[in-house]
Design a protein around this ligand. Structure first.
Ligand code: PMP
Ligand code: GLN
Length: 414
């Protein structure tokens, strides 16, 4: 294999999704809803698929995004960012948010360029930056001992700024944040914007959980901050927005000059994404967006999704507390961290070369049939992994039967 990939290890998604399936465990690991997808969304796709004559849905569509989809996305993000987003030049539809991220790194990073990554960080950023020839520079958020809220994960801004030099080209932020469930405050985002402006950094704003917030006003999109649209590539996901993660439709939004290199890669590597799902997502937005604006109580994106999630979050938090775990209550997204220290001693974990949370998560899956994700995978340096191996990450976007099955396992553990 090529040098850049030869030493690459198996990702947590591959390892723990396979293990969960093999052991037939109750799966609170990989993040996806296991309840039925929203019917209004699948009805739209059904309607499209029942029309064989609909060429716009069954043949190649426009390379940079189906005209219907880029049109509605431009309207939505013009509203959110307070700028006029041009559907033709300022939106690019990709295979999931994953490819928007990868294109952004490939398109902008030269060999040796440094990319600031706030850790814990979604695990694909680091390898993607490396594949692009860049140097990932972690900035680790700290959380106070005994904390119980995701808002207590804090960036040390002086530390972040001290890592900036002439090679620093980019800053990656993920808000709402995976795996902590942190929702960054306006003050925190403004501080990041100030640093990005001062050092002329390109900002990658991974906002795939932008609709998974309890109060939609609390979600501050980075590109909406003064002057930031010009410097930001914002990334979204239909899989997340409409709870259809298997559809793998994502997008990058940003000024024409920032998207140009991403398009250069896309046109030669993928050229165009699946037409029927793009069309169905466009129609789903066209159905829900007017409600989002005028009738939020009946909008999936404004209310339906968050209402469902909030109840599940509270249920999982209670279950964990009753099992003597210390949950870190999230403010957004669909994940929760929980400290499992009360079970640590019994397991003689530190004898393994892997961080304790990996050993614990494998044991929990194999022996107790509950699949979770070890959060140390979201740190890049070994010392950070070891320092942050006392928690597990659980996905609460699961149907009640799944959560109840998990509850029974958790009760028996303590
Ligand atoms: N970013 C984050 C933070 C994620 O959690 C995910 C998980 N799906 C992605 C990007 C990738 O999204 P997609 O499934 O649309 O590729
Ligand atoms: N984004 C989801 C998570 O964090 C799923 C990731 C994946 O399967 N690659 O769990």
């Amino acid at each position: 294999p090529a040098e850049g990939v030869a030493t690459h290890s198996t990702s947590i998604w591959v390892e723990f999704t396979t293990l969960a399936a093999e052991t037939k465990a109750v799966n609170l690991g990989q993040g996806f809803p296991d309840s039925p997808a929203p019917k209004f969304v699948t009805d739209i796709l059904q309607n499209i698929s029942s029309q064989p004559e609909l060429t716009a849905a069954h043949q190649y569509t426009r390379g940079y995004g189906h005209p219907m989809l880029v049109d509605i996305l431009s309207k939505i993000y013009s509203h959110f960012y307070g700028v006029k987003v041009d559907p033709i030049n300022e939106v690019l539809v990709t295979v999931g948010a994953y490819l928007s991220l990868y294109y952004a790194f490939l398109g902008w990073i030269n060999k040796g360029d440094e990319v600031l990554i706030i850790e814990p960080a979604y695990d694909c950023y680091y390898p993607q930056v490396k594949f692009a020839g860049g140097v990932p520079v972690p900035v680790v958020m700290k959380i106070a001992e005994g904390a119980t809220s995701s808002s207590e994960f804090k960036i040390d801004f002086a530390n972040l700024e001290s890592k900036i030099n002439e090679k620093t080209k980019m800053l990656v932020i993920n808000n709402p944040h995976n795996p902590t469930g942190k929702l960054f405050s306006r003050q925190e985002l403004e501080k990041l914007a100030e640093i990005a402006k001062k050092h002329k950094l390109i900002v990658i704003a991974d906002e795939v959980y932008e609709f998974h917030v309890w109060n939609r006003q609390d979600m501050i999109r980075f590109a909406s901050l003064p002057g930031m649209y010009e410097q930001t590539i914002s990334i979204g996901s239909a899989g997340k927005a409409f709870s259809v993660t298997g559809w793998k439709i994502g997008w990058a939004v940003g000024p024409k000059n920032l998207l140009e290199p991403l398009k250069a890669i896309h046109q030669n590597c993928v050229f165009t994404c699946s037409s029927p799902t793009q069309m169905a997502i466009a129609e789903a937005f066209r159905t829900d967006w007017p409600k989002f604006l005028e009738d939020p109580e009946n909008s999936y994106l404004a209310t339906g999704l968050s209402k469902e999630l909030r109840g599940k979050r509270d249920k999982l938090a209670k279950m964990l507390e009753q099992g003597n775990f210390r949950p870190i209550i999230p403010d957004a997204g669909y994940f929760m961290l929980a400290d499992y220290s009360h079970l640590k001693d019994a397991l003689k974990l530190a004898t393994d070369k892997d961080p304790d949370d990996f050993v614990f998560s494998r044991w929990l899956c194999r022996e107790k049939k509950l699949a979770v994700i070890p959060p140390s995978a979201f740190y890049s340096k070994r010392e950070s992994k070891l320092e942050n191996s006392n928690m597990i990450r659980l996905c609460y976007f699961k149907k009640n039967e799944t959560l109840e099955a998990a509850e029974k396992i958790l009760q028996k553990l303590s």
